[in-house]
Design a protein around this ligand. Structure first.
Ligand SMILES: *[C@@H]1O[C@H](CO)[C@@H](O)[C@H](O)[C@H]1NC(C)=O
Ligand SMILES: *[C@@H]1O[C@H](CO)[C@@H](O)[C@H](O)[C@H]1NC(C)=O
Ligand SMILES: *[C@@H]1O[C@H](CO)[C@@H](O)[C@H](O)[C@H]1NC(C)=O
Length: 409
């Protein structure tokens, strides 16, 4: 049965990308009005070479028009941490089928703990690329995983979110890798009554199309005691070779390789000899963990000169509420339990349902991709997963990309 499951999954994973699944996510039901699609991968589609009107907030497939239900928020505990599921399809998360297809990995399969291109644990690698074939993590191993983030905007209306008010507040190095990722939270203030927007981001480091991920969730900050507001975000800059050039303080998300609206434009090679690929890591000046340097100077106390910084202080500081320290340790709620359950029960229940109802590429009409689809995936993988000098094909593609009007040198 395990073999059948593996082969049933195998034919679909070439389409897999990764997205963050939470209670507050947009288009959790998919993007067909009035229909709940438990098998949706709308949220995991990467963004590449699009106009800003399409890539901003994942408008490309209208996810931004499918908000969560009122009251459904990703909960972000101030000074604590929160856990999300990074998977290739809702079917593989605790949000679908009672968690039946959940494993420790975002492709619903089982892999070695130290899964890597040199320890595939039997996972087929048909493209022969030098990267983990599935989940499509765009990495050779955990160390090489590029890093993911959440940014927060204190706007309840998604249309009011801008580059400047959307501030990266937590960075998780070496993700995406396994299903669960836990992000640490700085001392965020409370959201307005309609909630905030929290946006997940990832820029893979090669191993495929040089795309980016930007995906909106509604969120609230719980346990907030601080009233210090966030400062406007600045665009990050490339500083791999000179850390003194890194932008400090609040940073924007990375907007890259799109037709317009990029805030990062790269040229040339990174230190490992591959094309520069900006990511949420040291190359772009992002430190791991909670970002503590994103705040305005503390609001003045009532005794200070009212003319100095009143415009910065939206709310005067109130008496701090008692701090809940337990908040930070119990962040993962249902997911770990359901995973444990699933790992032990999945083999007996999966096979029939999987082949009948779970298609990992809902847009495709058949269960198995055509040879041309597989080929396309391989074409993407090979040129970008190797140093450009090695393949004339990749040079052509890279030059083509750099010649485009918005990819100035
Ligand atoms: C998603 O689908 C379920 C089941 O039909 C429904 O109860 C829920 O309201 C839907 N959520 C949204 C945001 O439309
Ligand atoms: C991870 O992959 C990179 C690139 O192939 C390699 O240099 C590094 O040694 C690997 N690390 C581990 C722990 O396998
Ligand atoms: C980007 O999109 C433009 C306009 O659709 C197209 O002409 C160009 O070939 C695309 N570039 C890449 C690298 O896909």
């Amino acid at each position: 049965m395990r073999a059948i499951l593996a082969s049933a999954l195998f034919f679909h994973v070439v389409h897999g990308h990764i997205g963050a699944f939470t209670k507050g996510m947009y288009c959790r039901n998919g993007t067909e009005p009035g229909v709940e699609n438990q098998n949706t991968n709308d949220a995991v589609q990467p963004l590449y070479n699009l106009t800003k009107s399409d890539w901003w907030m994942h408008h490309s497939n209208k996810c931004d028009e499918f908000p969560p239900l009122p009251g459904d928020f990703l909960e972000v505990p101030a000074r604590g941490s929160f856990t999300v599921e990074l998977a290739g399809n809702r079917a593989l998360t605790s949000f679908s089928y009672g968690g039946r297809y959940v494993t420790a990995w975002g492709d619903g399969k089982n892999h070695p703990d130290d899964y890597s291109i040199t320890n595939l644990g039997g996972e087929p690698n048909p493209s022969g690329s030098g990267c983990i074939p599935d989940p499509n993590l765009h990495a050779q191993n955990e160390t090489m995983a590029a890093g993911t983030v959440f940014a927060i905007s204190y706007e309840s209306d998604i249309k009011q979110v801008t580059e400047e008010n959307l501030v990266v507040f937590t960075v998780k190095y070496h993700t995406p890798f396994k299903l669960l990722a836990t992000y640490d939270v700085p001392d965020l203030p409370e959201c307005p009554p309609g909630g905030c927007h929290c946006v997940w981001g990832w820029v893979p480091n090669h191993c495929g199309q040089p795309n980016m991920y930007m995906f909106p969730h509604r969120c609230i900050v719980t346990g907030a005691t601080s009233t210090t507001q966030l400062a406007p975000a600045k665009a990050p800059v490339w500083c791999e070779d000179d850390q003194s050039r890194c932008v400090t303080g609040p940073k924007q998300m990375i907007y890259w390789n799109q037709l317009d609206g990029n805030n990062v434009v790269t040229e040339g090679l990174q230190l490992d000899g591959d094309w520069k690929s900006p990511g949420y890591n040291q190359k772009m000046g992002f430190n791991d963990g909670a970002q503590h340097d994103i705040f305005l100077p503390p609001a003045p106390t009532s005794s200070s000169d009212p003319t100095t910084t009143t415009s910065l202080a939206v709310n005067p500081p109130t008496e701090p509420a008692p701090t809940s320290t337990s908040q930070s340790t119990d962040a993962p709620t249902e997911a770990p339990t359901s995973i444990a359950e699933t790992v032990s029960s999945s083999v007996t229940t999966v096979t029939v349902t999987m082949t009948e109802t779970v298609s990992y590429c809902p847009t495709s009409t058949t269960q198995t991709p055509s040879p041309s689809v597989l080929l396309l995936e391989q074409e993407w993988k090979e040129p970008w997963s190797q140093p450009p000098q090695a393949l004339s094909k990749s040079l052509t593609k890279a030059q083509h990309l750099r010649r485009g009007p918005s990819f100035r040198v």
